[in-house]
Design a protein around this ligand. Structure first.
Ligand code: NAD
Ligand code: TYD
Length: 361
Protein backbone atom coordinates (compact mmCIF):
# COMPACT_ATOMS: atom_id res chain seq x y z
CA UNK A 1 0.00 0.00 0.00
CA UNK A 2 0.96 3.65 -0.28
CA UNK A 3 0.51 6.68 1.95
CA UNK A 4 -0.68 9.93 0.44
CA UNK A 5 -0.44 13.14 2.47
CA UNK A 6 -2.74 16.08 1.76
CA UNK A 7 -5.02 13.78 -0.22
CA UNK A 8 -8.18 15.73 0.61
CA UNK A 9 -6.87 18.86 -1.11
CA UNK A 10 -7.14 19.78 -4.77
CA UNK A 11 -4.35 17.76 -6.41
CA UNK A 12 -4.16 15.10 -3.70
CA UNK A 13 -7.84 14.17 -4.00
CA UNK A 14 -7.59 13.99 -7.79
CA UNK A 15 -4.52 11.77 -7.32
CA UNK A 16 -6.26 9.41 -4.89
CA UNK A 17 -9.34 9.12 -7.13
CA UNK A 18 -7.21 8.45 -10.22
CA UNK A 19 -4.92 6.04 -8.36
CA UNK A 20 -7.82 3.88 -7.21
CA UNK A 21 -9.31 3.99 -10.71
CA UNK A 22 -6.06 2.62 -12.08
CA UNK A 23 -4.86 0.30 -9.24
CA UNK A 24 -6.17 -1.91 -6.50
CA UNK A 25 -3.29 -0.88 -4.25
CA UNK A 26 -4.68 0.69 -1.06
CA UNK A 27 -4.14 4.29 -0.01
CA UNK A 28 -3.85 5.66 3.51
CA UNK A 29 -4.56 9.36 3.23
CA UNK A 30 -3.22 11.65 5.99
CA UNK A 31 -4.75 15.09 5.82
CA UNK A 32 -5.03 17.79 8.46
CA UNK A 33 -8.28 18.94 6.84
CA UNK A 34 -7.36 22.60 6.93
CA UNK A 35 -9.65 25.05 5.11
CA UNK A 36 -8.22 23.58 1.87
CA UNK A 37 -8.87 19.94 2.74
CA UNK A 38 -12.31 18.62 1.96
CA UNK A 39 -13.43 15.05 2.69
CA UNK A 40 -16.31 15.64 0.25
CA UNK A 41 -13.77 15.49 -2.61
CA UNK A 42 -13.46 11.79 -1.79
CA UNK A 43 -17.18 11.09 -1.31
CA UNK A 44 -17.20 8.66 -4.24
CA UNK A 45 -14.84 6.41 -2.22
CA UNK A 46 -17.26 6.01 0.71
CA UNK A 47 -17.26 2.33 1.72
CA UNK A 48 -14.24 1.56 -0.48
CA UNK A 49 -11.92 -0.51 1.70
CA UNK A 50 -8.91 0.47 -0.40
CA UNK A 51 -9.01 4.02 0.99
CA UNK A 52 -8.73 5.32 4.54
CA UNK A 53 -8.70 9.03 5.37
CA UNK A 54 -6.98 9.88 8.65
CA UNK A 55 -7.23 13.42 9.95
CA UNK A 56 -3.68 14.21 11.01
CA UNK A 57 -0.70 16.49 10.66
CA UNK A 58 2.43 15.54 8.68
CA UNK A 59 4.36 17.08 11.58
CA UNK A 60 2.94 14.53 14.07
CA UNK A 61 5.76 12.08 14.77
CA UNK A 62 3.64 9.75 16.92
CA UNK A 63 1.06 9.46 14.14
CA UNK A 64 3.76 8.57 11.62
CA UNK A 65 5.32 5.96 13.93
CA UNK A 66 2.00 4.23 14.50
CA UNK A 67 0.89 4.39 10.91
CA UNK A 68 4.19 3.23 9.41
CA UNK A 69 4.45 0.32 11.85
CA UNK A 70 0.88 -0.78 11.21
CA UNK A 71 0.67 -0.37 7.45
CA UNK A 72 4.28 -0.70 6.25
CA UNK A 73 3.81 1.35 3.06
CA UNK A 74 6.06 0.87 0.04
CA UNK A 75 5.81 4.56 -0.83
CA UNK A 76 4.71 7.95 0.45
CA UNK A 77 3.48 10.69 -1.90
CA UNK A 78 3.68 14.04 -0.14
CA UNK A 79 1.12 16.62 -1.28
CA UNK A 80 0.44 18.13 2.16
CA UNK A 81 1.26 21.82 2.20
CA UNK A 82 -0.06 25.28 2.62
CA UNK A 83 -0.34 26.20 -1.04
CA UNK A 84 -1.73 29.69 -1.65
CA UNK A 85 0.68 32.57 -2.34
CA UNK A 86 -1.74 35.30 -1.25
CA UNK A 87 -2.34 33.56 2.09
CA UNK A 88 1.44 33.24 2.55
CA UNK A 89 1.72 37.01 2.12
CA UNK A 90 -0.97 37.77 4.68
CA UNK A 91 0.09 35.03 7.14
CA UNK A 92 3.33 33.13 6.51
CA UNK A 93 3.44 31.26 9.82
CA UNK A 94 1.38 28.23 8.76
CA UNK A 95 3.61 27.88 5.67
CA UNK A 96 6.72 27.64 7.79
CA UNK A 97 5.06 25.17 10.16
CA UNK A 98 3.67 22.77 7.58
CA UNK A 99 5.91 23.15 4.57
CA UNK A 100 9.20 23.29 6.44
CA UNK A 101 8.79 21.92 9.98
CA UNK A 102 6.10 19.42 8.96
CA UNK A 103 8.20 18.15 6.04
CA UNK A 104 11.21 17.80 8.35
CA UNK A 105 9.22 15.78 10.91
CA UNK A 106 7.88 13.59 8.12
CA UNK A 107 11.39 13.01 6.77
CA UNK A 108 12.67 12.05 10.21
CA UNK A 109 9.83 9.55 10.70
CA UNK A 110 10.37 8.09 7.23
CA UNK A 111 14.11 7.82 7.77
CA UNK A 112 13.58 5.89 11.00
CA UNK A 113 11.09 3.53 9.29
CA UNK A 114 13.09 3.08 6.09
CA UNK A 115 16.41 2.43 7.87
CA UNK A 116 14.91 -0.64 9.58
CA UNK A 117 13.31 -2.16 6.49
CA UNK A 118 14.79 -5.40 5.08
CA UNK A 119 17.21 -4.61 2.24
CA UNK A 120 14.84 -5.49 -0.62
CA UNK A 121 12.01 -3.36 0.82
CA UNK A 122 14.39 -0.52 1.66
CA UNK A 123 15.67 -0.31 -1.91
CA UNK A 124 12.13 -0.44 -3.32
CA UNK A 125 10.81 2.24 -0.93
CA UNK A 126 10.09 5.73 -2.34
CA UNK A 127 9.21 9.14 -0.99
CA UNK A 128 7.78 11.26 -3.81
CA UNK A 129 7.76 14.91 -2.80
CA UNK A 130 5.35 17.07 -4.81
CA UNK A 131 6.69 20.57 -5.37
CA UNK A 132 6.21 23.59 -7.55
CA UNK A 133 7.93 25.57 -10.32
CA UNK A 134 7.64 28.65 -8.08
CA UNK A 135 10.85 27.63 -6.27
CA UNK A 136 12.77 28.76 -9.38
CA UNK A 137 11.57 32.36 -9.10
CA UNK A 138 10.42 34.60 -11.93
CA UNK A 139 11.41 34.63 -15.63
CA UNK A 140 11.67 37.60 -17.98
CA UNK A 141 9.67 37.32 -21.24
CA UNK A 142 12.75 36.16 -23.19
CA UNK A 143 14.27 33.74 -20.63
CA UNK A 144 14.27 30.01 -21.39
CA UNK A 145 11.81 27.88 -19.46
CA UNK A 146 12.88 26.35 -16.12
CA UNK A 147 14.93 23.17 -16.43
CA UNK A 148 15.73 20.98 -13.42
CA UNK A 149 19.15 22.73 -13.28
CA UNK A 150 17.66 26.20 -12.83
CA UNK A 151 18.83 27.85 -9.62
CA UNK A 152 16.37 28.23 -6.76
CA UNK A 153 15.22 31.85 -6.36
CA UNK A 154 11.91 31.70 -4.46
CA UNK A 155 10.19 35.06 -4.03
CA UNK A 156 7.13 34.50 -1.82
CA UNK A 157 6.86 32.96 1.65
CA UNK A 158 5.01 30.10 -0.08
CA UNK A 159 7.72 29.39 -2.64
CA UNK A 160 10.50 29.90 -0.07
CA UNK A 161 8.88 27.35 2.24
CA UNK A 162 8.46 24.88 -0.64
CA UNK A 163 12.09 25.47 -1.63
CA UNK A 164 13.14 24.68 1.94
CA UNK A 165 11.20 21.42 1.85
CA UNK A 166 12.78 20.49 -1.50
CA UNK A 167 16.23 21.10 -0.02
CA UNK A 168 15.46 18.95 3.01
CA UNK A 169 14.21 16.12 0.79
CA UNK A 170 17.37 16.38 -1.31
CA UNK A 171 19.56 16.40 1.81
CA UNK A 172 17.86 13.29 3.24
CA UNK A 173 18.76 11.47 0.05
CA UNK A 174 22.30 12.80 -0.15
CA UNK A 175 23.11 12.33 3.53
CA UNK A 176 21.08 9.31 4.62
CA UNK A 177 20.31 7.62 1.31
CA UNK A 178 16.51 7.92 1.68
CA UNK A 179 15.13 6.99 -1.77
CA UNK A 180 13.39 10.19 -2.80
CA UNK A 181 11.91 11.64 -5.97
CA UNK A 182 10.88 15.28 -6.41
CA UNK A 183 8.50 16.74 -8.96
CA UNK A 184 8.28 20.48 -9.64
CA UNK A 185 5.06 21.22 -11.46
CA UNK A 186 3.54 24.31 -13.02
CA UNK A 187 0.10 25.74 -12.14
CA UNK A 188 -2.66 23.13 -12.06
CA UNK A 189 -6.36 23.55 -12.75
CA UNK A 190 -9.35 21.22 -12.88
CA UNK A 191 -12.04 19.64 -10.66
CA UNK A 192 -12.02 20.22 -6.86
CA UNK A 193 -9.81 23.34 -7.15
CA UNK A 194 -10.44 25.55 -4.13
CA UNK A 195 -11.94 28.86 -5.36
CA UNK A 196 -9.23 31.05 -3.85
CA UNK A 197 -6.98 30.31 -6.85
CA UNK A 198 -7.29 32.17 -10.16
CA UNK A 199 -9.29 29.79 -12.36
CA UNK A 200 -11.96 28.54 -9.92
CA UNK A 201 -12.26 32.01 -8.35
CA UNK A 202 -13.06 33.51 -11.75
CA UNK A 203 -15.63 30.81 -12.53
CA UNK A 204 -17.49 31.09 -9.23
CA UNK A 205 -17.33 34.89 -9.10
CA UNK A 206 -18.57 35.18 -12.69
CA UNK A 207 -21.56 32.93 -11.98
CA UNK A 208 -22.33 34.87 -8.79
CA UNK A 209 -22.33 38.21 -10.67
CA UNK A 210 -19.26 39.39 -8.72
CA UNK A 211 -16.11 41.20 -9.84
CA UNK A 212 -13.36 39.21 -11.58
CA UNK A 213 -10.30 40.69 -9.80
CA UNK A 214 -7.28 40.72 -12.12
CA UNK A 215 -4.09 41.71 -10.27
CA UNK A 216 -2.02 44.52 -11.78
CA UNK A 217 -2.00 44.57 -15.61
CA UNK A 218 -3.03 40.92 -15.92
CA UNK A 219 0.03 40.18 -18.08
CA UNK A 220 1.70 37.83 -15.61
CA UNK A 221 2.30 34.47 -17.25
CA UNK A 222 1.68 31.04 -15.76
CA UNK A 223 2.17 27.64 -17.43
CA UNK A 224 -1.06 25.68 -16.97
CA UNK A 225 -1.48 21.91 -16.59
CA UNK A 226 -4.73 20.00 -16.21
CA UNK A 227 -4.64 18.32 -12.80
CA UNK A 228 -5.20 14.79 -14.13
CA UNK A 229 -2.06 15.20 -16.24
CA UNK A 230 -0.10 16.16 -13.13
CA UNK A 231 -1.47 13.02 -11.43
CA UNK A 232 -0.39 10.81 -14.34
CA UNK A 233 3.08 12.38 -14.22
CA UNK A 234 3.38 11.62 -10.51
CA UNK A 235 2.30 8.01 -11.07
CA UNK A 236 4.90 7.68 -13.81
CA UNK A 237 7.72 9.22 -11.74
CA UNK A 238 6.82 6.98 -8.80
CA UNK A 239 6.91 3.97 -11.09
CA UNK A 240 10.07 4.66 -13.05
CA UNK A 241 11.79 7.86 -11.85
CA UNK A 242 15.47 7.61 -10.96
CA UNK A 243 16.05 7.85 -7.22
CA UNK A 244 17.35 11.24 -6.10
CA UNK A 245 16.24 12.94 -9.31
CA UNK A 246 13.98 15.92 -9.84
CA UNK A 247 11.45 16.02 -12.67
CA UNK A 248 9.83 19.22 -13.92
CA UNK A 249 6.20 18.71 -14.94
CA UNK A 250 4.39 21.11 -17.26
CA UNK A 251 2.01 21.34 -20.15
CA UNK A 252 3.76 23.82 -22.48
CA UNK A 253 0.79 26.16 -21.95
CA UNK A 254 2.08 29.60 -21.08
CA UNK A 255 -0.75 32.13 -20.87
CA UNK A 256 -1.13 35.65 -19.48
CA UNK A 257 -3.70 35.80 -16.68
CA UNK A 258 -5.98 38.15 -18.57
CA UNK A 259 -6.23 35.64 -21.45
CA UNK A 260 -7.24 32.94 -18.97
CA UNK A 261 -9.94 35.16 -17.50
CA UNK A 262 -11.27 36.09 -20.94
CA UNK A 263 -11.32 32.44 -22.02
CA UNK A 264 -13.36 31.53 -18.92
CA UNK A 265 -15.77 34.38 -19.72
CA UNK A 266 -16.18 33.15 -23.31
CA UNK A 267 -16.87 29.59 -22.19
CA UNK A 268 -19.45 30.77 -19.66
CA UNK A 269 -21.03 33.06 -22.28
CA UNK A 270 -21.46 29.94 -24.40
CA UNK A 271 -22.49 27.42 -21.72
CA UNK A 272 -24.44 29.58 -19.22
CA UNK A 273 -25.17 32.98 -20.86
CA UNK A 274 -26.01 35.86 -18.53
CA UNK A 275 -29.71 36.66 -18.44
CA UNK A 276 -29.07 40.28 -19.55
CA UNK A 277 -27.20 39.10 -22.67
CA UNK A 278 -23.95 40.85 -21.66
CA UNK A 279 -20.64 39.00 -21.59
CA UNK A 280 -19.16 37.89 -18.26
CA UNK A 281 -16.11 39.88 -19.40
CA UNK A 282 -17.94 43.04 -18.28
CA UNK A 283 -17.29 41.83 -14.69
CA UNK A 284 -13.48 42.04 -15.09
CA UNK A 285 -11.89 44.52 -12.63
CA UNK A 286 -8.19 45.37 -12.60
CA UNK A 287 -7.17 45.59 -8.93
CA UNK A 288 -4.07 46.38 -6.88
CA UNK A 289 -1.28 43.94 -7.70
CA UNK A 290 0.03 41.19 -5.41
CA UNK A 291 3.19 42.35 -3.57
CA UNK A 292 6.32 40.76 -5.09
CA UNK A 293 4.21 39.25 -7.89
CA UNK A 294 6.27 36.84 -10.04
CA UNK A 295 5.98 37.89 -13.68
CA UNK A 296 6.42 34.62 -15.54
CA UNK A 297 6.76 30.88 -14.89
CA UNK A 298 7.45 28.37 -17.65
CA UNK A 299 8.41 24.72 -17.38
CA UNK A 300 10.76 22.86 -19.67
CA UNK A 301 9.27 19.36 -19.45
CA UNK A 302 11.70 17.59 -21.77
CA UNK A 303 13.38 15.48 -19.07
CA UNK A 304 10.23 13.70 -17.95
CA UNK A 305 9.16 13.28 -21.55
CA UNK A 306 12.49 11.90 -22.79
CA UNK A 307 13.34 9.74 -19.77
CA UNK A 308 9.93 8.51 -18.73
CA UNK A 309 7.81 9.01 -21.83
CA UNK A 310 5.27 11.18 -20.01
CA UNK A 311 3.20 13.74 -21.91
CA UNK A 312 0.04 15.58 -20.96
CA UNK A 313 -3.19 14.22 -22.43
CA UNK A 314 -5.07 17.53 -22.38
CA UNK A 315 -4.44 20.74 -24.27
CA UNK A 316 -5.37 23.95 -22.50
CA UNK A 317 -8.51 24.23 -24.65
CA UNK A 318 -9.79 20.76 -23.75
CA UNK A 319 -8.79 21.05 -20.09
CA UNK A 320 -10.33 24.45 -19.44
CA UNK A 321 -13.59 23.40 -21.12
CA UNK A 322 -13.78 20.30 -18.90
CA UNK A 323 -13.04 22.44 -15.86
CA UNK A 324 -15.75 25.02 -16.54
CA UNK A 325 -18.22 22.19 -17.21
CA UNK A 326 -17.26 20.54 -13.91
CA UNK A 327 -17.97 23.73 -11.94
CA UNK A 328 -21.30 24.18 -13.71
CA UNK A 329 -22.20 20.60 -12.81
CA UNK A 330 -21.17 20.86 -9.13
CA UNK A 331 -22.94 23.89 -7.62
CA UNK A 332 -23.37 22.03 -4.29
CA UNK A 333 -19.62 21.47 -3.96
CA UNK A 334 -19.06 25.18 -4.60
CA UNK A 335 -21.68 26.36 -2.11
CA UNK A 336 -20.38 23.99 0.58
CA UNK A 337 -16.89 25.52 0.14
CA UNK A 338 -18.17 29.07 0.41
CA UNK A 339 -18.55 28.92 4.19
CA UNK A 340 -18.03 31.78 6.61
CA UNK A 341 -14.27 31.08 6.64
CA UNK A 342 -14.15 31.45 2.85
CA UNK A 343 -16.01 34.76 3.02
CA UNK A 344 -13.54 35.96 5.67
CA UNK A 345 -10.66 35.14 3.33
CA UNK A 346 -12.25 36.95 0.38
CA UNK A 347 -12.73 39.96 2.58
CA UNK A 348 -9.15 39.87 3.91
CA UNK A 349 -7.57 39.53 0.45
CA UNK A 350 -9.77 41.74 -1.71
CA UNK A 351 -11.68 44.35 0.30
CA UNK A 352 -8.83 46.89 0.44
CA UNK A 353 -7.56 46.51 -3.13
CA UNK A 354 -8.06 49.59 -5.29
CA UNK A 355 -10.16 48.63 -8.29
CA UNK A 356 -12.60 46.49 -6.33
CA UNK A 357 -15.36 48.87 -7.33
CA UNK A 358 -17.80 46.04 -7.91
CA UNK A 359 -18.63 44.04 -4.78
CA UNK A 360 -16.55 40.88 -4.70
CA UNK A 361 -17.31 39.44 -1.31
P1 NAD B 1 -4.33 22.38 -1.46
O1 NAD B 1 -4.09 23.58 -0.62
O2 NAD B 1 -5.56 22.28 -2.29
O3 NAD B 1 -4.29 21.08 -0.56
C1 NAD B 1 -3.35 20.89 0.46
C2 NAD B 1 -3.85 19.77 1.36
O4 NAD B 1 -2.88 19.56 2.39
C3 NAD B 1 -5.18 20.10 2.05
O5 NAD B 1 -6.04 18.98 1.95
C4 NAD B 1 -4.77 20.36 3.49
O6 NAD B 1 -5.79 20.03 4.42
C5 NAD B 1 -3.55 19.47 3.64
N1 NAD B 1 -2.63 19.92 4.69
C6 NAD B 1 -2.23 21.19 4.92
N2 NAD B 1 -1.39 21.19 5.98
C7 NAD B 1 -1.26 19.90 6.39
C8 NAD B 1 -0.52 19.27 7.42
N3 NAD B 1 0.26 19.97 8.26
N4 NAD B 1 -0.63 17.93 7.55
C9 NAD B 1 -1.43 17.21 6.73
N5 NAD B 1 -2.15 17.76 5.75
C10 NAD B 1 -2.07 19.09 5.58
O7 NAD B 1 -3.03 22.25 -2.38
P2 NAD B 1 -2.85 21.64 -3.83
O8 NAD B 1 -3.07 22.70 -4.82
O9 NAD B 1 -3.63 20.37 -3.92
O10 NAD B 1 -1.31 21.33 -3.81
C11 NAD B 1 -0.81 20.07 -3.36
C12 NAD B 1 0.69 20.07 -3.45
O11 NAD B 1 1.10 20.32 -4.79
C13 NAD B 1 1.34 21.16 -2.59
O12 NAD B 1 2.51 20.62 -2.03
C14 NAD B 1 1.69 22.25 -3.59
O13 NAD B 1 2.82 22.98 -3.18
C15 NAD B 1 1.98 21.43 -4.83
N6 NAD B 1 1.73 22.11 -6.11
C16 NAD B 1 0.54 22.73 -6.35
C17 NAD B 1 0.33 23.33 -7.59
C18 NAD B 1 -0.99 24.01 -7.91
O14 NAD B 1 -1.11 24.64 -8.98
N7 NAD B 1 -2.02 23.90 -7.08
C19 NAD B 1 1.31 23.30 -8.57
C20 NAD B 1 2.52 22.65 -8.28
C21 NAD B 1 2.72 22.05 -7.06
P1 TYD C 1 -2.88 31.64 -8.20
O1 TYD C 1 -4.00 30.80 -8.75
O2 TYD C 1 -3.00 32.18 -6.83
O3 TYD C 1 -1.56 30.77 -8.38
P2 TYD C 1 0.01 31.22 -8.21
O4 TYD C 1 0.08 32.54 -7.57
O5 TYD C 1 0.52 30.13 -7.34
O6 TYD C 1 0.57 31.19 -9.60
O7 TYD C 1 -2.66 32.85 -9.19
C1 TYD C 1 -2.39 32.63 -10.58
C2 TYD C 1 -2.13 33.99 -11.19
O8 TYD C 1 -3.35 34.73 -11.16
C3 TYD C 1 -1.12 34.80 -10.44
O9 TYD C 1 -0.33 35.54 -11.38
C4 TYD C 1 -1.95 35.76 -9.61
C5 TYD C 1 -3.18 35.97 -10.45
N1 TYD C 1 -4.44 36.23 -9.71
C6 TYD C 1 -5.23 37.33 -10.05
O10 TYD C 1 -4.91 38.11 -10.96
N2 TYD C 1 -6.37 37.54 -9.34
C7 TYD C 1 -6.75 36.73 -8.31
O11 TYD C 1 -7.81 37.01 -7.66
C8 TYD C 1 -5.96 35.60 -7.99
C9 TYD C 1 -6.33 34.67 -6.88
C10 TYD C 1 -4.79 35.39 -8.72
Amino acid sequence: MIVVTGGAGFIGSNFVLDWLDAHDESVINIDKLTYAGNAANLASLAGDKRHQLIQGDIGDTALWEKLLAEHRPRAVVNFAAESHVDRSILGPDAFIQTNIVGSFKMLEALRAYWSKLPADQASAFRLLHVSTDEVYGSLSPTDSAFTEEHKYEPNSPYSASKAASDHLVRAYHHTYGLPVLTTNCSNNYGPYHFPEKLIPLMIVNALAGKALPVYGDGMQIRDWLYVKDHCSAIRRVLEAGRVGETYNVGGWNEKPNIDIVKTICQLLDEMRPRSDGLSYATQISYVTDRPGHDRRYAIDARKIEQELGWRPAETFDTGIRKTVEWYLQHPDWVSQIQSGAYRDWVNANYADRAGMDKACA
